[in-house]
Design a protein around this ligand. Structure first.
Ligand code: HEM
Length: 394
């Protein structure tokens, strides 16, 4: 039992964020040239005012042919009307009903992973459960061989972790990612083509069949969307599950209440999202000069919302630094807000709920061993643990 389970670097960021909220809630970061936003209300404006803030960051990303091809179906980077068109098409395959229907399979995968742990008393929660669970589920959803999950991890790491989260904004970074992008593109394209000819069923088949007013998705657009799912869908979710465990370890009373009443799990997950957002930054481009937080952000600027800051904003939240699963309502921006709200949020919530329920029911207790060093993500990208030792008590 213990904590706080937070890296020194992240702790420093929280100190900086607190200071910035008071003294410079919106300000230019000289080092990166980005405008940073630290308060909740301003962040809501940035996330939801699509007339002033664009998701198309291509201007800040060095051109690379492989990346351009690969990004074709990635509607997270697009504005209206194309975003609505593509998201509308893929939503036909990725419906809330479809996600709810996955519950029995997610339960089975979680049970298999915990069975594999067997009698071991110490596990790495990330390697043994938090990572393989969402990767296996997303691979199954996409109809890809689960045995290829090592490749998916490798690609996600190459794009988000190995070269730093900001790699995409530099020539060297893009060049370092290019081989993985090419590999992933070819792999996914093969699968999509195979689906076109084999008439198999599943999400890829639904995407091939999706149509609105005569508009359909071509193979490269489907590949771009699948890549978005593969990349967006697992590192975030595994970090969230890890963060939930860290919060429970720090708050034994909350853990006791969850054991007593598992119906509290969904509220607890929302509080984890508020208290420890897995993603650190949410980026936009200013489409015009925008007056925000008392300053003018010039047209064309890159604007970055500090997610872990905005949900600790003392002008919005009572006792923001207290982890409290009974807040009502629990608000956050960790899945974004507005038209780009995370498409995978229902799946992420379901996976983490099922995993927590399985852990709480199978083990009398679990705790992060004292004196064991956790390995944390680079706080410029993710907030949470990459390696999370956990002792299990049966
Ligand atoms: C968008 C976070 C899990 C797929 C987003 C956005 C955030 C986010 C902040 C908004 C981006 C923006 O406004 O520009 C998270 C977190 C997750 C998670 C914290 C887990 C805890 C997932 C999963 C999937 C997924 C499991 C899919 C299986 C997507 C997609 C978008 C998106 C497709 C783009 C939506 C759009 O632009 O319309 N996510 N995500 N995410 N997420 Fe997630």
């Amino acid at each position: 039992m213990g904590g706080p389970h937070i890296s020194e670097e992240m702790q420093e960021l929280f100190t900086l964020f607190r200071h910035k909220r008071r003294t410079e809630p919106v300000g230019l970061d000289e080092e990166t040239g980005r405008w940073r936003v630290f308060r909740f209300a301003d962040a809501m404006t940035v996330a939801t005012d699509a007339h002033s803030f664009s998701n198309d960051l291509s201007e800040f990303i060095p051109y690379h042919e492989d990346l351009a091809t690969f990004s074709k179906g990635n509607f997270q980077n697009m504005d209206q009307p194309r975003h609505r068109e593509l998201r509308g098409l893929v939503s036909q395959g990725f419906t809330p009903r479809f996600v709810t229907g996955l519950a029995p399979r997610i339960e089975a995968v979680a049970a298999e992973l915990l069975d594999t742990i067997g009698d071991r008393e110490r596990i790495d929660l990330v390697a043994d459960l938090a990572h393989p669970l969402p990767v296996t589920v997303i691979a199954e959803v996409m109809g890809l061989p689960v045995s290829d999950r090592g490749l998916f991890r490798k690609w996600a790491d190459a794009l988000l972790v190995d070269n730093g989260i900001d790699a995409i904004f530099s020539e060297e970074g893009v060049a370092a990612m290019a081989p993985s992008i090419r590999e992933m593109n070819a792999y996914l394209l093969n699968h999509v083509r195979e689906y076109r000819t084999s008439k198999r069923e599943g999400l890829i088949a639904d995407l091939i069949a999706a149509e609105t007013d005569g508009v359909t998705l071509d193979d490269q657009e489907i590949v771009g969307f699948l890549a978005l799912l593969l990349i967006a869908g697992h590192l975030t979710t595994s970090t969230l599950l890890g963060n939930a465990i860290l919060c429970l370890d720090e708050n034994p009373e909350a853990a006791r209440q969850l054991r007593e009443d598992p119906a509290l799990i969904p509220a607890m997950i929302e509080e984890v999202l508020r208290y420890r957002s897995p993603l650190v930054w949410l980026d936009r481009k200013a489409l015009r000069t925008v007056h925000l937080g008392g300053v003018d952000i010039p047209e064309g600027s890159q604007v970055s919302v500090a997610l872990p800051s905005v949900t600790r904003d003392e002008s919005e939240f009572e006792n923001p630094d207290t982890f409290d699963i009974h807040r009502d309502p629990i608000r956050h921006l960790s899945f974004g807000m507005g038209v780009h709200f995370c498409l995978g949020a229902p799946l992420a919530r379901l996976e983490v709920k099922i995993a927590l329920r399985a852990l709480l029911s199978r083990y009398r207790d679990f705790e992060v061993p004292a004196g064991e060093r956790l390995v944390y993500h680079d706080p410029r990208g993710f907030q949470g643990a990459k390696v999370l030792p956990l002792d299990l008590f049966r």
